[in-house]
Design a protein around this ligand. Structure first.
Ligand code: DON
Length: 341
């Protein structure tokens, strides 16, 4: 074997192990990229807090925190990475992951679907548009829009609400590597105003996506959306997915590595709702946003990155989070579609 082929063989072996150049990236470079994005965007004022859930309108719009956690467990931060916001739709990723872990990749594909709707996250028109194919084995929905997410929550097995909740919060805790709690003010505020999600839950029962107890599913979905997280938690949850389902700091294997690519695929196609294509075009990263102001993105084998900044654009995605993650990931060579150097 020539030296050239040996080098190629080593690179291929490293790639197969998911050990790419990120782990060799000088720590100073990662911190520099994080600091540069923080400085560049800290005064950006575009966007507006979500206010359809009253508690979200009261969150400080200036809150801005960035965290990167590498697949080998190094943590880089800038700004406020301690203050918690509600996880909101980002929880959809981890409840979907839990169902996939528990019941296999096909369960979600058959019961909910894994296709983008191209519609807003709480669209009822999208439900109507795809309902004719329910039962055909390939419904064109996905677990990252509200109808699919409420259905995914309904799929988590358990003989009562408490049992199901323990599994949902347990999965989130394991991915974050610490005990998370529900922000009760957000839970109450959303429970008082979630009539649209209740309508969606009832519709999903009527159309066969939910098999029973849609009220319990909507309540648990509302609870999971109210889990408090900071930017570091979200980046750790992203790093758990980046590292094949293993939390890089606790070392716990949260889900089977073979099931993670399915989760990332749905994030790539539907994580930023109707702006998912635009996002992927610029970053190549599977990601998920929440109306609490967080976005988490995953560079497989390399890192999880998260930013919290509450003001959102018209699609419901944090303005500063999108800009900061794009800059940092591009500086670090995070785009999985780019040829690796
Ligand atoms: O169901 C809702 O409306 C919220 N609990 C979650 C929405 C959300 O985060 C959409 N994200 N961009």
């Amino acid at each position: 074997m020539t030296a050239g082929y040996r080098a190629l063989g080593t690179a291929a072996a490293l790639l197969a192990l998911g050990l790419t150049s990120m782990n060799a990236q000088p720590p100073g470079d990662v911190q520099k990229a994080v600091d540069a994005a923080y400085e560049k965007f800290k005064t950006l004022k575009e966007g507006k807090n979500a206010d359809y859930i009253p508690a979200l309108a009261k969150v400080d719009p200036n809150l801005f925190g960035i965290a990167v956690v590498t697949a080998d467990g190094k943590v880089y931060t800038a700004g406020d990475v301690k203050t918690e916001v509600s996880i909101q739709s980002i929880s959809k990723v981890f409840t979907m992951a839990q169902v996939i872990q528990e019941q296999g990749l096909e369960s979600v594909e058959k019961q909910i679907g894994v296709d983008a709707t191209g519609a807003r996250f709480n669209s009822i028109i999208a439900v109507e548009a795809v309902r004719t194919v329910v039962g055909s084995g390939a419904p064109e929905m996905n677990p990252l829009v509200n109808p699919g997410a409420i259905s995914a929550t309904s799929m988590v097995r358990g003989s009562n609400a408490d049992e199901v909740w323990k599994k949902i919060i347990g999965f989130h805790n394991d991915a974050a590597g610490r005990q998370l709690t529900v922000l009760q003010d957000v839970y109450k505020s959303e429970s008082d105003t979630n009539q649209r999600n209740q309508a969606i839950g009832a519709l999903m029962l009527a159309y066969g996506y939910i098999k029973n107890n849609w009220q319990q599913a909507v309540d648990l979905y509302t609870r999971q959306c109210s889990i408090g997280v900071n930017a570091r938690d979200l980046a750790m949850m992203g790093a758990t997915l980046a590292g094949g389902g293993k939390n890089p700091v606790s070392g716990k294997q949260v889900m089977d590595a073979a099931k993670v690519p399915g989760v990332l695929a749905v994030m790539a196609t539907a994580g930023l709702y109707d702006d998912s294509g635009k996002w992927l075009y610029h970053t190549g990263l599977p990601a998920k946003s929440g109306v609490g102001g967080g976005i988490v993105a995953v560079s497989p084998g390399k890192f999880g990155i998260a930013v919290i900044s509450p003001p959102l654009d018209d699609a419901g995605n944090s303005v500063r989070a999108q800009r900061a993650i794009t800059d940092i990931s591009n500086a670090l060579g995070g785009n999985p579609y780019a040829a690796r150097k």
